[in-house]
Design a protein around this ligand. Structure first.
Ligand code: PLP
Length: 385
């Protein structure tokens, strides 16, 4: 399978990723920017996204999975790099040898990181993760004193360095939400406790994209934007990407596989959820749910589904989204033919739908739309340098 024959593609504008990161760097200053490139760079491609973010001014990178961090190192990316989500048995020794900073947010993780440091003869760099209220990863404030004792004890033995304290917001997309203030307060207390016990921290970090864009008071030393790096708004109810000086980097396109004339009353796609109301032209778009289109973006007799731009018109999925394809009702006067390119989403400045538009149609967030674009869809890069 190659970019030459696959009839759909995600075109990724690396210049947009660089510019978005530069914008975030400007907004965050004096805090530094850690660009989150987990989930294959939010679907944009791990290594190209990482390199573009670094070129745009990010000085750190972050991935959830350790495998993604190791893949960055294998590709020759040398920037400071944090990984944060593991189950017991993770390749901590490989991470330490590869200079990957490790998040420790559970007692078992500290034990395994210490073992790995002993095995490698190297000093692990650790960021202690505090659950300041998200109720997800990290040690609770109650567990923190014991964690600090254990981690700083291992630091005294030269096995690790506690270089960071960090946490994550529950509700940063609602900037006035009381949990934002309370989490920031718990975080400040955790930092004070760590420092009072002798931690010599390099970085304190809490802010995701939403907090980076909306709340400078929680930037601390380092911000961790993900979505905004790719030019999407984490707070679409407050502002679109342009409002924040961002530009969506991914454009999802497909080439029509056929067009054909059908009569009024023709049921379209599985279950005939859509039926033509006049003689018309159907267009077959060779991209489906196995490529990451949500099946909930199916169209019905009453309403088209996921929006698709054809020529200058905005149409929508007619009938069910299938595994590999969707159908458009191009209208009786359509002049399109097989091979013509249609746009599922893009930056939006040419009238094309955006990932946010798709998210609204299916009741999700743009994060899910871009990260679920399947591995079999070729990524084509623009703006390389
Ligand atoms: C994904 C993630 C981020 C980035 O979140 P965005 O909302 O995409 O900016 C930051 N920190 C952690 C811990 C994450 O898991």
């Amino acid at each position: 399978m190659g970019a030459v024959t696959y009839p759909a593609r995600a075109v990724v504008d690396l210049a947009a990723i660089r510019a978005n990161t530069a914008r975030l760097t400007e907004l965050a200053g004096p805090a530094a920017v850690l660009a989150v490139v987990k989930a294959d760079g939010y679907g944009h491609g791990l290594v190209p996204a990482a390199r573009a973010a670094l070129a745009g001014g990010a000085t750190w990178l972050g991935t959830a999975q350790l495998d993604e961090a190791l893949a960055l190192r294998a590709a020759g990316v040398t920037a400071p790099l944090l990984s944060w989500l593991y189950a017991p048995g993770a390749a901590f020794a490989d991470a330490i040898r590869a200079d990957v900073d490790l998040s420790v947010g559970a007692a078992w993780t500290l034990v395994e990181v210490i073992d790995a440091a002993r095995a490698t003869g190297r000093t692990a760099r650790v960021h202690l993760k505090v659950d300041t209220g998200l109720g997800r990863n990290g040690v609770t404030p109650v567990e923190l004193p014991a964690m600090l004792d254990a981690a700083l004890g291992a630091e005294a033995e030269g096995l690790l360095r506690v270089v960071g304290i960090w946490s994550h917001f529950a509700w940063a997309d609602d900037p006035g939400h009381p949990t934002v203030r309370s989490q920031a307060g718990v975080f400040a207390d955790a930092i004070a406790l760590a420092e009072s016990r002798g931690a010599r921290l390099e970085v304190r970090h809490l802010a995701n994209s939403a907090a980076t864009l909306t709340d400078p008071s929680v930037h601390f030393d380092l911000v961790r934007p993900g979505l905004a790096v790719y030019g999407l708004s984490p707070v679409p109810h407050l502002g679109d990407p342009a409002h924040y000086g961002l530009r969506p980097a991914m454009r999802l396109e497909a080439d029509l596989a056929l067009t054909k004339v059908v009569p009024a009353g023709q049921g379209v796609s599985y279950g005939h959820a859509y039926t033509t109301t006049r003689d018309t032209v159907l267009g077959l778009v060779p991209i489906g749910y196995a490529d990451g289109l949500p099946r909930h973006a199916s169209g019905t007799a009453d309403a088209w589904g996921g929006p698709i731009q054809v020529g200058g018109r905005r149409l929508g999925v007619a009938g069910r989204v299938c595994m590999d394809q969707v159908v458009l009702d191009l209208g009786p006067d359509a002049t399109e033919t097989a091979g013509d390119t249609v746009v599922l989403f893009g930056a939006g400045d040419d009238g094309e739908p955006t990932a946010e538009d798709w998210a609204q149609v299916v009741g999700t967030i743009s994060y899910e739309i871009v990260t679920r674009i399947g591995a079999r869809v070729p990524r084509v890069y623009l703006g390389e340098r």
